[in-house]
Design a protein around this ligand. Structure first.
Ligand SMILES: [Mn+2]
Length: 326
């Protein structure tokens, strides 16, 4: 179905309904949060009643976004809405909320691989972020782009394009960003909020984790480890490990990074990041996880040396460094 047709279905639904809810995926990120909050402001400026709820707490970097204090931490929605907007979720389980399938669902995502679990599915894989889609929705509804809407959408795009560095950054991304700034988004202020606002313990933790950095003989695979002891030593929490996995991608020649995080004794949540052609979601799937081409994750049990060996072996196979074992 054509994208503009799906958009007009969403517009009609919003115009005819009164009572809506919004959610995004568990462990929400910049696009999920920025897009959800922008949609909250858009719906409220049309006089709709809106509840916004997510399973997990809001990461510190996003708590200053306009409306962030409105996000409820919930396990389920306790009434029926005219529709629940599910933002940036690959399937109906991603929000981690109970009984979601009993609601009328609007699935809004920019990943072509998303499952069509909604009663309405609006998927636009040409959008750099769901934020860009929400901005189009705002215009389609004839809602004035307020500074709050502009700031939330800008934050979503800034997060999902890696500050306009990733391949999803297009001419249209800059066009939208320019319009958002014209409508009151402040790039320096939003960058400060997202990137220059770190807790002391997070930067200390980064140092401890980076001290474990290794690479394989090819120089194309780098990996590092975080232990519970490091969290204690740095005075950090697990949320503070977000983003550390990207650091080794800055190394010349490194194409893929594995970051092994001890989440309990003998269990390692493993984040995979890539900057080349290797699709790390396939590697994560092989270990029962998932994600995207350039960022994925899985949880693996075992003693650390064995976990490291298994993952690095798979990465070496994927890069053609080692033959694939049968
Ligand atoms: Mn996104």
């Amino acid at each position: 179905m054509h994208v503009s047709h799906m958009l007009s279905q969403v517009v009609e639904l919003i115009e005819s309904g009164q009572c809506f809810a919004i959610t995004s995926h568990a462990r929400p990120d910049g696009d999920g949060l920025g897009s959800s909050l922008a949609l909250l402001h858009i719906l409220e400026s049309l006089g709709k009643e809106v509840t916004i709820g997510m399973r997990d707490p809001i990461p510190r970097a996003y708590r200053e976004l306009p409306g962030a204090d409105r996000i409820l931490q919930i396990t389920h929605f306790d009434k029926r809405y005219d529709a629940v907007f599910v933002i940036e979720c690959s399937d109906i389980d991603r929000p981690g909320l109970l009984d979601l399938d009993e609601q009328f669902l609007v699935n809004i995502d920019h990943h072509a691989t998303t499952e069509l679990f909604g009663d309405i599915n609006w998927i636009d894989s040409t959008a750099s972020a769901v934020g860009e889609m929400i901005y189009n929705l705002c215009k389609a509804l004839g809602v004035r782009v307020t500074p709050a809407i502009a700031s939330c959408v800008y934050a979503a795009i800034l997060a999902d394009t890696g500050s306009f560095q990733f391949p999803n950054t297009t001419e249209r991304t800059f066009k939208v960003a320019r319009e958002l700034v014209a409508h009151g988004a402040n790039p320096a202020e939003i960058a400060r909020m997202l990137f220059y606002n770190q807790p002391f313990g997070k930067v200390k933790l980064t140092g401890l984790v980076l001290s474990t950095l290794q690479r394989d003989e090819s120089g194309r695979i780098a990996w590092m480890v975080m232990t519970q002891e490091m969290l204690r030593q740095a005075g950090a929490c697990e949320e503070d490990s977000e983003g550390i996995a990207n650091y080794p991608l800055s190394i010349e020649g490194v194409e893929v990074v594995a970051f092994f995080k001890e989440i309990a004794a003998g269990i390692y949540r493993t984040s995979l990041r890539s900057k080349g052609t290797i699709n790390v979601s396939k590697i994560a799937s092989a270990f029962g996880g998932g994600g995207h081409r350039n960022a994925s994750g899985c949880a693996i049990e075992g003693p650390l040396p064995e976990v490291e060996r298994r993952v690095i072996r798979k990465l070496q196979e994927a890069l053609g460094i080692l033959p694939i074992l049968g």
